[in-house]
Ligand binder design. Sequence first.
Ligand SMILES: [Zn+2]
Length: 355
Amino acid sequence: MLARLQKIDPAAKEVGDWQKSYLSELVRKEQYNFDSKAVRQYFAYNKVRDGIFQLMSTLFDISIHPWDTTTWHDSVEAYEVRDNGKLMARFYLDMHPREGKYKHAAHFSLQNGLTGRQLPVSSLVCNFPGGDDGSGLMTHDQVETFLHEFGHLIHHFFGGEQRWTSFSGVATEWDFVEAPSQMLEEWIWDADTLKLFATNEQGETIPDELITKMNTTRYFGRGLNVKNQMFYAATSLNYYNREPDSFDLTRKMIEMQDRYSPYKYVDDTHFFASFGHLDGYSAIYYTYMWSLVIANDLFSRFEKEGMHNRKVAKDYREKVLAPGGSADAAELVKDFLGRPYNFEAFEKELDKGTR
Ligand SMILES: [Zn+2]
C-alpha cells in the first residue's frame, strides 16, 4: 500500500489511517484485477433478500412468508417464519436509510420466545440501498452485513423455545454472541450460494471468474485488519478497567494505537468520540475477534462436511442455536464439534492472508 501511495506522492513515508481504504481499493483493482463496483450489478437488494431467505429455508428446513401487519414505516417489511408449517417466529426488515434513523446495521430483539406462551419477534435495522423501487444495488460488504445480521436473527428465533426469558434467543455469553453471525458470513463467499440469487439486470448469473477474484482478494490486508481490531479491543478494555477520573482518554487511546495498530495516531483526532461500541459493548469489543476464533472453528465442520449439508445444519441448529443461553457456549460448541473449541481454524484463516 505504501508503494502504491508513493506513486501518487513520491515523498510519502507511511500509510495514514485515513488513506487505508482508498489505497486498499486501488491495490485490489490493479494487482488483483478486482473492482468492487463491478460486483454490485449482481446484488440488487430484493434479489439479495430473497436469496438469503432461500438459503435459510433450504439449509434449516423452514419457510418464510409475508406477515400482514402494521409497521412503523412504509418501507418496513414484516415476515413470519414457519417450521414444518408451524408458526415459530416473526421479524421485521427495516433496511433502507431515512431521515433521523439509526445509522448502522443491527439486530434488535423485540420479544423473546417462551414455549407455549409467546413467539420470538425481532427486527433487522440496516441502511442498504433500495427503498422505493427495491432495486438498489448493494456492495459485497453490505451483502455480507445482511447475512451477518441474519445470523443474529436465526439465533433469536431458533433459540426461542425456552421456559425462561433470560435464556431465550441470543442469550449466550457476550464472548460468543458474534460467533453465529460471523460464521454465517462464510456463505456469501460460496459460489453455490451466490449463484442462487446473484443475477444482473439482464438476468445473467454472476460469473465464476468474478467469484474466484472476490475470493482471491478476500484476504488482502487481513493482517492489518486484525491488528487494527486489536487496537479497538484494547482501547475498549482499557477504558473500563480503571477509575474513570484517573486517566486521559486521548492519551490512553494513543498508547493503545502505538502498541497495536499498524497506523499512527493523527494529531488532534479523537476516535473514541465516535466509537459507538464503547457504549453498547463497553469493555468487550474483543468479542468480535474472540467470537471469530469460535466462528472459524464452528465453520470447520461445514467446510469438511459441506456448506449445504442439511444434516450438519440441523446439528448446528439443534446443538448450538436452539439451546439459546440455557447452557455455556463452550458446551454447545463442544457438542456440535465433538471436541472443545481451539484456535486451529482461525490460524489457518490468518495464514491465508500471508499468501
Ligand atoms: Zn453482530
